[in-house]
Write a protein that binds this ligand. Structure first.
Ligand code: SF4
Ligand code: SF4
Length: 232
């Protein structure tokens, strides 16, 4: 059965989701550690962006920055492209851009704007804040410096997803699934989940019972290249 068509004003979505994650270009921090010299989230060998079909319809008319992901953009990647396709929720399309040297800020996809975060949904279906794509713990500078995320970005993120969830139920379901997967993963590691709460405060969340413990964001753990770095 064909899905009902969801109206999404893509320009308005992008205008409402335009705050940078940090007050400076965090790409300058992480790209120093990437042999390609690209920020990890803008390197197709590390991250494949996704977009709603309505975004692709909008972007293809506005810019030649994007194409639909073919699966051969990263020469070193020998994994089967069908696997990533099968893991992608059906309301999203895999995309590829021409790379950071050609980035057009106005035409970044929603997945560029949300990275490295995703909306955390509790086991009783409440969207309580931002957590992050844990596969990027060792590479993304922001994940090791959560205190650098601006309050304006956090507010905007919450507003955007409050709105999207009322209009795109699949989006809520897929993040509820991602949150459950994160709980399972962190429980297996006996770790708590860093959570930037919608109330503006910072917590660690127990993956077993989802109890929240308030923390100083400067004390969140650091990973990978950033574990031993001094300074903020
Ligand atoms: S969000 Fe993370 S991976 Fe992307 S540019 Fe910033 S530090 Fe790098
Ligand atoms: S559009 Fe820009 S921000 Fe998005 S992946 Fe490409 S280079 Fe990065």
């Amino acid at each position: 059965m064909e899905r009902p068509r969801i109206h999404l004003d893509v320009r308005s979505l992008y205008d409402q989701f335009d705050q940078p994650v940090t007050e400076f270009d965090c790409g300058e921090k992480c790209r120093l550690h990437n042999p390609s010299g690209k920020p990890f989230c803008c390197d197709i060998c590390h991250a494949v962006p996704v977009a709603f079909s309505q975004e692709w319809e909008y972007l293809r008319l506005q810019t030649d920055l994007w194409h639909l992901w073919r699966g051969n953009e990263c020469p070193e990647d020998e994994s089967n492209p069908d696997r990533l396709r099968s893991q992608t929720p059906e309301h999203l399309l895999l995309m590829a851009c021409k790379g950071p040297a050609f980035c057009e800020r106005n035409y970044r996809a929603s997945s560029c704007r949300q990275f490295p975060f995703f909306p955390y949904i509790t086991s009783d279906d409440r969207f309580i804040g931002l957590s992050y794509e844990w596969e990027f713990e060792s590479t993304c500078w922001v994940i090791s410096h959560l205190h650098s995320v601006t309050a304006a970005y956090r507010r905007e993120f919450i507003q955007v997803y409050d709105d999207l969830f009322t209009r795109i139920p699949n989006e809520f379901d897929s993040y509820a699934g991602a949150s459950e997967e994160m709980r399972d993963h962190f429980a297996s590691l006996r770790r708590r989940i860093p959570l930037l709460h919608r109330n503006g405060k910072d917590y660690l969340l127990s993956p077993q019972n989802e109890r929240l413990t308030r923390v100083d964001p400067l004390r969140y753990p650091r990973f990978g290249f950033y574990r031993t770095e001094s300074g903020s």
